[in-house]
Design a protein around this ligand. Structure first.
Ligand SMILES: *[C@@H]1O[C@H](CO)[C@@H](O)[C@H](O)[C@H]1NC(C)=O
Ligand SMILES: *[C@@H]1O[C@H](CO)[C@@H](O)[C@H](O)[C@H]1NC(C)=O
Ligand SMILES: *[C@@H]1O[C@H](CO)[C@@H](O)[C@H](O)[C@H]1NC(C)=O
Ligand SMILES: *[C@@H]1O[C@H](CO)[C@@H](O)[C@H](O)[C@H]1NC(C)=O
Ligand SMILES: *[C@@H]1O[C@H](CO)[C@@H](O)[C@H](O)[C@H]1NC(C)=O
Ligand SMILES: *[C@@H]1O[C@H](CO)[C@@H](O)[C@H](O)[C@H]1NC(C)=O
Ligand SMILES: *[C@@H]1O[C@H](CO)[C@@H](O)[C@H](O)[C@H]1NC(C)=O
Ligand SMILES: *[C@@H]1O[C@H](CO)[C@@H](O)[C@H](O)[C@H]1NC(C)=O
Ligand SMILES: *[C@@H]1O[C@H](CO)[C@@H](O)[C@H](O)[C@H]1NC(C)=O
Ligand SMILES: *[C@@H]1O[C@H](CO)[C@@H](O)[C@H](O)[C@H]1NC(C)=O
Length: 558
């Protein structure tokens, strides 16, 4: 036994960590930097999945037993459950946080508590990725304690993280960006956006600057495999083409603790998250000094997942219309967006853009640049010609719920709890986003996606007023448990996506609304029906009689 050696190595590492936003030159690993696949998980994720499933099943068994008082009929596998947290700015982050609080048996006595411990996967994008990154970097604390760290930051607002000392803080952000530029990387609006968000959300000195995506596997609760595997999504735009936003059939890109890449058949490639930022060609380092670590700054990941600076219709329009007239040719979106939240957002972005190290010179600067690990990789045909991936918000192709990662057969997800906090209807979900996902999944031939009716049906049948199960009684598809944001508390829960400042009371009220959404106001009947949705996936016989009524009430029947 030679543990002392390991202890020494760990100590040395801790001292060597630099306190900077800059990527760090690294020795290229001798192992492969690119894994080509359109179907299979990395060995690391597969190992995580298998162990997590055992723990998740054990919690789910207990939860089902407590909820239904019935369990003898189920002896084999239990369903694998995933949760998705949608985009929608701080609204989505706060409602999504409440949803998790209601599910977490450490943090709630709600009718659905204990299910968080039964989750295998948690995917998130944009405002949802702010939530997931804050949770993971803080090692999966209770939401009730995490919210206490958000409250003062959100009360100052995104663009005033220093409170009365903003100037110093903006100087420090400029320095962070300068450090990254000095390491050889251009810094753009998304970098400043990322740093501002990190000041709100991430733990540690200098606005959480040292958190990296690839640090997550060393978090204690991740090491114990007692938390859902996190997946953050983003999209990429081919700037060589004529589009400025990703089309409906765009590839979905995943940032996970182990890997970055896309399952899309036109990409089908992954690289270790830790070595993002390295210059590769045909899957190999271009030379012995082209590898970097720390490009996967977690703030830059969540900033990329929420990067909307390329879209003139999305809040930052006034700023960019002035700089890039007619870029994107979306007809005059500015005219309609004059509410106070949008005005404040635009003013904040304008302030942000005055940071000297934010480069705003070309259209490419409106995107989040990531050195393309799949440059010259023939099998990744969609991106093999691009030296840089120009990345944007994970919802920009019209799917603001990150459902695609859950449909990968290798992840074996049977039930997807889709917490939809999007804003199609008075800042509540309209159903359009999940319809978009159904259409795109169908076009892409993704067999695990359940049937979702056309948007008109959502309106005709008032489907947005309560949760809906899609895919009941059909073993070939996953069941989507769609949980749309809805008004349960006095705040209503439908604040604007563009609202970047919340008083402490508003923050608390939004989280409380989210908790009520997930428990449907602490309904025991709802919890039983949720249990029925789970066991429907594995045992169509011997269901408790309560399930009959549940399926009538919640299953969408084409
Ligand atoms: C970051 O840049 C500042 C200003 O140039 C410099 O003083 C500091 O040493 C740099 N930090 C790192 C870690 O490189
Ligand atoms: C749940 O209820 C029990 C019994 O009343 C109480 O001891 C516990 O603190 C509650 N837990 C939470 C997270 O509220
Ligand atoms: C700076 O801080 C003050 C006090 O918190 C705030 O009112 C103001 O809006 C901030 N200004 C900027 C540009 O961040
Ligand atoms: C190695 O590759 C990097 C990245 O492309 C480049 O900047 C650098 O000049 C190259 N170094 C040598 C010695 O060729
Ligand atoms: C858009 O704005 C331009 C310039 O402000 C104006 O000429 C044009 O008529 C507007 N188009 C529409 C569709 O409103
Ligand atoms: C851009 O398009 C040109 C012409 O089609 C092609 O030769 C080039 O490889 C493309 N570059 C990128 C980065 O996609
Ligand atoms: C919230 O929804 C209510 C209807 O339930 C609507 O009257 C109100 O305008 C909405 N608020 C916002 C900020 O969209
Ligand atoms: C299951 O759902 C798929 C996708 O909508 C559909 O093609 C198939 O017919 C369904 N099977 C049954 C038994 O309903
Ligand atoms: C839709 O459901 C809501 C909430 O249950 C209800 O208030 C509303 O009247 C319903 N609308 C229609 C058209 O049925
Ligand atoms: C939620 O439940 C409380 C009592 O527990 C009740 O006062 C309130 O009206 C309910 N809210 C909704 C939206 O059903």
């Amino acid at each position: 036994m030679h543990f002392p050696h390991i202890l020494v190595a760990t100590t040395t590492l801790a001292v060597a960590v630099s306190s900077s936003y800059a990527p760090v030159p690294a020795t290229c690993p001798s192992t492969a930097l690119v894994r080509a696949s359109t179907t299979s998980l990395s060995d690391d994720e597969e190992a995580y999945r298998v162990v997590r499933k055992i723990g998740a099943d054990s919690y789910l068994r207990t939860w089902l037993l407590e909820t239904l008082g019935f369990f003898s009929a189920i002896e084999g596998d239990l369903p694998t459950i995933g949760l998705t947290s949608s985009g929608g700015g701080f609204r989505a982050m706060l409602i999504g946080a409440g949803v998790i609080q209601a599910l977490d048996d450490r943090d709630s006595n709600s009718s659905v508590n204990g299910l968080y411990q039964a989750l295998s996967y948690h995917s998130a994008l944009s405002g949802g990725s702010w939530l997931l990154s804050s949770i993971a970097s803080n090692d999966w604390p209770k939401i009730s304690s995490l919210v206490e760290t958000w409250k003062p930051a959100l009360a100052n607002g995104l663009f005033a993280p220093g409170g009365s000392d903003n100037a110093t803080l903006y100087d420090s952000i400029n320095e962070d960006l300068g450090n990254k530029t000095a390491a050889g990387f251009q810094t753009v609006a998304v970098d400043a956006w990322s740093r501002l968000l990190s000041w709100q959300l991430l733990p540690g000195a200098n606005g959480g600057v040292n958190n990296a995506l690839s640090d997550i596997p060393s978090k204690p609760r991740f090491l114990l495999r007692i938390v859902p595997y996190p997946i953050i999504t983003a999209q990429a735009v081919d700037l060589n083409g004529t589009v400025c936003v990703p089309p409906a059939d765009a590839a979905h890109w995943e940032f996970t603790p182990y890997e970055f890449g896309s399952w899309d058949p036109a990409v089908g490639a992954f690289t270790p998250s830790k070595y993002l930022g390295s210059s590769l060609s045909s899957g190999k380092p271009v030379n012995s000094s082209s590898c970097f670590t720390k490009y996967d700054n977690l703030g830059y990941v969540l900033g990329t997942s929420s990067a909307l600076f390329n879209d003139p219709g999305l809040g930052t329009d006034q700023v960019y219309d002035a700089t890039f007239a007619n870029f994107c040719t979306i007809p005059n979106a500015t005219a309609t967006t004059t509410d106070t939240d949008t005005t404040a957002l635009n003013a904040g972005v304008a302030r942000m853009l005055t940071i000297p190290n934010v480069r705003v010179q070309s259209v490419a600067d409106l995107y989040a640049p990531w050195p393309n690990p799949f440059y010259n990789l023939a099998s990744a045909s969609q991106v093999s010609a691009a030296k840089t991936l120009s990345m944007v918000d994970g919802g920009e192709s019209g799917q603001i719920n990150p459902i695609f990662p859950m449909l990968l057969p290798a992840r074996k997800v049977d039930v997807i709890i889709v917490n939809d906090n999007t804003d199609g209807n008075n800042n509540f979900p309209s159903g359009q986003e999940i319809v978009n996902t159904y259409n795109a999944a169908k076009d892409a031939g993704m067999t695990r996606m359940p049937y979702v009716p056309p948007f008109e049906t959502f309106r005709a049948q008032n489907l947005t007023s309560h949760p809906v199960f899609f895919g009941c009684h059909n073993d070939t598809v996953a069941t989507i448990v769609w949980v749309p944001n809805a008004p349960f508390t006095s705040i209503g829960g439908n604040t604007s996506t563009n609202k970047m400042q919340y008083s402490e009371a508003e923050t608390a009220a939004m989280v409380a609304n989210g908790a009520a959404v997930m428990s449907q106001n602490n309904s025991v009947d709802w919890a039983k029906c949720l249990a029925c949705a789970f066991i429907d996936k594995i045992s169509a016989t011997n269901l408790p009689s309560v399930c009959t009524g549940c399926f009538t009430q919640y299953c969408f029947n084409p």
